[in-house]
Each structure stands twice: as C-alpha cells, then as structure tokens.
Design a binder for this molecule. Structure first.
Ligand code: SIN
Length: 359
C-alpha cells in the first residue's frame, strides 16, 4: 500500500473533495461512444482507490463527497457549502492542501469563487487548493481523469519553496492559477486551460511562477462567502445583432440586483440598450461590461461605454464576472467586513485589477 485512504483528519493529510463531473462520469458503451455518458456517477473515494498505486509513497488522503452532480446543475448554495468546508479545513493544522474534483463546464466559476473567498487565506497559510476534472468519463479508453487527479495531488504536495499557497487548477499536464481557468473548447482534453496563462507541470516556467507570486502578494483580504440564501440575483445578457431595448426590462424582475453584459468586442452593446441600462443603473442595478470575444481584457474608462457606475470586467469572462459581482454586492452589504462602507465597485475592483499572471 503506497497511500492511506482514511477518515482521520488529525494527522498530516491531503483532503480530496468530490463535486462530480465527467471525472466521475460513466459511459454505458465506453468503447464505441465515450462521449455519451452521465457525469457524477462514481464516488471520489473510488476515483482515489483507482489511482492509489501511482501516488507518491506515504501520502495520507482523506476524501469527502460534497456533491456528485453534472456541474451545469451547480447551485450557489452548494458553492457556499464548498467554500465553508474549504475554509474550515484550511484552518486544520494537520491539513497539507485540498484537491477539488469538479465538472469542467462550470469549473471556471467555482475556481474564481474559491480564489476570491479562500485564496488569500490559503496563501497566508502556504497551502494549496487545486481544482481538477476530466473531459472523458472515468471508464472511457484513455480517460484523462486519473492522470489529472494524480497531478493535482502532486501539485498540492509540492514543497512551499517551489510554489506559494493559493488556488490552482491542473489539467492535461499543465497548471494555472484558478482565477485564470476558462473552458475554451467543447471537447479537447486541455479545454479548461488551453487559452489560460499556464505552465507545464514538468518544467514550471519562471515567468508563470513570477505571475503567481505577484498575484499572491497583492495586499487585501478574501471576500466573505455569501450565506446560502443571500447570494445576490445577477443575470448575464449577451449583446447580439438585432438587440431589442425591451430585453433589458424583461430581465429585470423584482429582486434582480445586477447585470453582466457579455458584450461585443471590448464590452460594447447596441445603442438601443443605452437608455434602459442607464435607467437600470439609476434604479440601483449593478452593471458590469465583459466581452463575448472569448479572450482579452475589457478595460475601464471607455467613456462612450461606461455610464457612471458601470464597471469593466478586466480579464474575467462573463460567468466569472457574474460570480465576482455577486461576491462584491454581498461584501458591500456585510457590515462586519465593510466597516469602511465601501461600494460594490470597490470590492469588484479588488478582483479584476490584480496583476494578471503571465504565461
Ligand atoms: C460537468 O461539467 O459536470 C460535465 C462536463 C465535464 O465535467 O467535462
């Protein structure tokens, strides 16, 4: 036996949290049709038993099943449970680090969430949280889940002088900062980080590592984790040819607190949206511009686009900007953390204007 799979969290261990996804998926006919499968079928404990022999000698691993779902069904309440569990586990002095196995479809949202709510804490403790998943179900020929999980566990166990603490993601032999993760292909094995600043695991690039250190060194605190029922309602609207002004009003049901525009180019949108969006801002709706282009930065200070109060998403995709906006609105409301009476824009900036890690 090379590793110990255990429930004992009192002696040095790595915690592996299972959320489901394709890494835990099963295909009825894996040989003939591996992409016809159900996500979230195999327990995380069984995923670990399958790779036991490939792990470094003497590791102790504790696993916990947080959920076993297709990540397109991930709820905000589940993010709260995951975030609370990650923070309380980090506080355990016997914990070395945490691996999260997750569906790739929404992993970028969970990654941004954990970075924004647990990243500073993990950095201060010099511990790593590493997200991973798979593009092929667990019983497909050439399944990528086992090697991704092995690599994630290795990355968590790396000595701290080789990489600081923080939140990372590992896929297809590469590692990136979790906040940079963005699924940019529907089926390639490296889809979640193919366009992200990353480094090959077997030859970590110095410029990537310098980027990680720069982000971890940015002063500031983690944002609070919203309570399960307290997540602000924020919608994403995609700008497109033939946009209608009524669309804005239609998506502003009572209770909606924010909108993220997945805009054209640098975060633009049709002129017909200008007036209803100005009115929405005047009515207290938080507005963020991002781009549907799939890559690149959306900069602030484009006067023709930035009505007073509207923020630019920086490097965040629309789904990540939505999570960032929810956390920012929540932080502005939480008087315990917001003793300086900051606005949601101040909390949003903390997540978007940090130094971007380089490839
Ligand atoms: C999921 O996101 O749960 C399914 C797709 C995947 O993991 O690749």
């Amino acid at each position: 036996m090379t590793i110990t799979l255990s429930n004992d969290e009192q002696s040095p261990h790595i915690l592996v949290l299972g959320m489901g996804g394709t890494i835990a998926g099963l295909a009825p006919s894996p040989e003939s049709n591996p992409l016809f499968y159900q996500a979230g079928q195999v327990n995380v404990g069984d995923l670990l038993t399958n790779i036991e022999k490939a792990l470094p000698e003497g590791l102790k691993i504790v696993s916990r099943q947080v959920a076993n779902i297709n990540s397109s069904n991930l709820s905000e309440a589940l993010l709260t449970q995951l975030g609370d569990l990650v923070r309380s586990s980090l506080a355990n002095t016997a914990l070395i680090g945490i691996v999260v196995t997750h569906g790739t479809d929404t992993i970028e949202e969970t990654s941004l969430f954990l970075h924004a709510t647990c990243g500073k804490y993990a950095g201060k403790l010099s511990k790593r949280i590493v997200l991973t998943g798979a593009m092929l179900p667990s019983n497909a020929p050439g399944a990528d889940g086992p090697s991704n999980l092995i690599n994630a566990i290795r990355w968590v166990s790396k000595p701290v002088d080789q990489c600081p603490g923080g939140v990372f993601a590992v896929f297809a032999g590469n590692v990136c900062m979790a906040r940079d993760l963005a699924k940019r292909h529907s089926s390639e094995l490296n889809a979640p980080l193919r366009d992200s600043p990353c480094s090959p695991l077997d030859s970590i690039s110095q410029s990537w590592l310098d980027g990680v250190k720069a982000i971890q060194a940015v002063p500031g605190d983690d944002l609070p984790i919203p309570r399960e029922q307290a997540w602000p309602w924020v919608e994403i609207l995609t700008s497109h040819v033939g946009a209608r002004s009524e669309t804005i009003q239609n998506c502003l049901s009572p209770g909606v607190e924010g909108l993220v525009i997945s805009g054209t180019g640098q975060g633009g949108f049709s002129n017909v949206w200008k007036e209803p969006l100005d009115k929405a801002i005047a009515d207290g709706i938080a507005l963020v511009r991002s781009t549907r282009a799939g890559a690149g930065i959306v900069r602030p200070d484009l006067p023709e686009k930035d009505t007073v109060g509207c923020m630019a998403s920086g490097s965040l995709s629309a789904p990540k900007a939505r999570i960032a906006l929810q956390l920012a609105i929540n932080a502005a409301k939480e008087k315990v953390v917001n003793t300086k009476n900051l606005q949601w824009q101040d909390f949003f900036v903390m997540q978007t204007l940090q130094t971007k890690s380089s490839s």
